[in-house]
Design a protein around this ligand. Structure first.
Ligand code: C2O
Ligand code: CU
Length: 473
């Protein structure tokens, strides 16, 4: 179906586009992670850089990025403390930054035309907000998103809890999917009709913190908080940790009831985050693969947990951890107003486009019959107008044959049900993954006024019509 394949470990660097094989000899990672910037005043430069995605001896890849690094710097700020982030644009085109998942004032949301003027080349924009929620968030452009995010512009925004969570290490895995040529260059063809109307631009190379990963060193007995961020344009991931029982403690930055992943797989659509607590209960000296088997017949291993050959750091695992919940307003379901949003369009198993009258030129998708394309612009008419302070229950109904991670800006919502059945943990999320022909019901209190984007985070889908504005007034 897709021109993607990860073969055996030895040649998994093979880039099938162009059919050329690359030898496999790159060391894991590249050592230097950008220093976490100081809170309160952070400078972030968007520009062109070079990154060793595939690793030596293969050429470095020309990327677009933040802070001259892929992924962008891991920004660490404190819950409830104001931050100021000055973004300087050294790209040859306009950009903006969206702070994905942060509940912030509308003017800081980074949607060009809608919430701010785009940042022109050579110019800066200062974002100021006070993150109310601790957790794992991320930032990315909201301008020419397909190319800017697809060329590497993404970074993690970690909002720290006031009191440290009792783990031995706090580890971030920024995951990204790239479509590379055999020369390790980012392939062209962004926005082609096929990608747009089907799965989106899936790549052929998955990186962990900016490089293909062969191993992650761990110690027996240690407890890791593992923050997973899927910054891919389109790739869904379903991660299985051989020999381990990770516990999900937060979803999209929001603490949840600690639970084991369903079918032992951590499902991560584009833009989604999951925080795991993993007790390293493997045997010293052994290694365990982390496998992504979301796409049938296209499973590959993302990395290996490689145990040092030293005795366990502790005899018994630590006490269970659960994170303190964030101050989110609880939806009042009894007085809620209800809406249905229907996701429409796309190719039907190669049989042509779904019949949709009135779909705008260049659009492949729609929500309730309306296609809003691009990344945001002035005077986007709202699809729904919501009243400040009221609770809304929105049923997102996927009438298409494709998966859609649907993201609402400026809010976290509770996921109430899927296909009419209550969801066990009613978790909070800012991005809800809706499988083909499925329905997900979410609820939130419309407490944050403004024009907020609601869109699919498969970027090809977003920019070709699966986007809307919800106005809260
Ligand atoms: Cu991460 Cu408009 O989204
Ligand atoms: Cu989609």
């Amino acid at each position: 179906m897709h021109a993607i394949r990860f073969r055996s470990a030895i040649d998994r660097r093979t880039l099938l586009i162009g059919g050329a094989a690359l030898a496999a000899s790159a060391p894991w990672g590249h050592g230097a992670r950008a220093e976490p910037a100081k809170p309160r005043a952070i400078e972030l430069t968007a520009g062109i850089g070079r990154a060793p995605l595939v690793g030596s001896p293969h050429p470095v890849t020309e990327v677009w990025c933040y802070g001259n690094h892929v992924p962008g710097p891991e920004l660490r700020v404190r819950q409830g403390e104001p931050v100021r982030i000055i973004v300087r644009n050294e790209l040859p085109e306009e950009t903006t930054v969206h702070w994905h998942g942060i509940r912030l004032p509308n003017a800081m949301d980074g949607v060009p035309g809608l919430t701010q003027p785009p940042i022109r080349p050579g110019e800066s924009f200062t974002y100021e907000f006070t993150p109310p929620d601790a957790g794992t968030f991320w930032y990315h452009p909201h301008s020419n998103s397909l190319r800017q995010l697809g060329r590497g512009m993404a970074g993690a925004l970690i909002v720290e809890e006031p009191t440290a969570v009792p783990v031995d290490r706090d580890v971030l895995w920024m995951l990204a999917d790239w479509r590379l040529t055999s020369e390790a260059e980012i392939a062209g063809g962004f926005g082609n009709r096929m990608d747009a109307a089907m799965s989106g631009r899936l790549g052929n190379t998955v990186t962990l913190n900016g490089a293909i990963s062969d191993e992650v060193p761990v110690r027996a007995g240690e407890r890791i908080r593992l923050r997973l961020v899927n910054s891919s344009l389109a790739r869904l991931m379903s991660l299985r940790f051989e020999g381990h029982r990770p516990t999900i403690v937060a979803i999209d930055g929001q603490p949840c009831e600690p639970h084991q992943p369903e079918r032992d797989r951590v499902l991560l659509g584009p833009a989604m985050r999951v925080d795991l607590v993993v007790d390293m209960q493997g045997e010293p000296g052994r290694h365990y693969r982390v496998i992504d088997d979301f796409y049938d017949g296209l499973s590959y291993w993302l990395t290996k947990l490689v145990y040092q050959d030293t005795p366990p750091v502790r005899a018994r695992p630590r006490e269970a951890v659960s994170l303190t919940r964030n101050p989110l307003p609880e939806p009042d379901l009894t007085g809620a107003e209800r809406y249905e949003l229907r996701l429409q369009g796309g190719m039907m198993g190669g049989a042509g486009m779904m019949g949709m009258s009135g779909m705008a030129h260049g659009a492949s998708w729609a929500i309730n019959g309306k296609s809003v394309t691009g990344d945001g612009h002035a005077e986007m008419p709202p699809l729904l107008t919501l009243r400040v302070g009221r609770t809304y229950v929105i049923a997102i109904r996927n009438d298409t044959a494709w998966w859609h991670p649907m993201h609402l800006h400026g809010y976290s919502f509770r996921v109430l049900s899927r296909n009419g059945s209550p969801v066990p943990h009613r978790q909070w999320a800012d991005t809800v993954l809706v499988p083909p022909k499925a329905t997900a019901e979410v609820a939130f209190v419309a407490d944050n006024p403004g024009d907020w984007m609601f869109h699919c985070h498969v970027t090809d889908h977003q920019v070709t019509g699966m986007m809307a504005v919800l106005r809260v007034t």
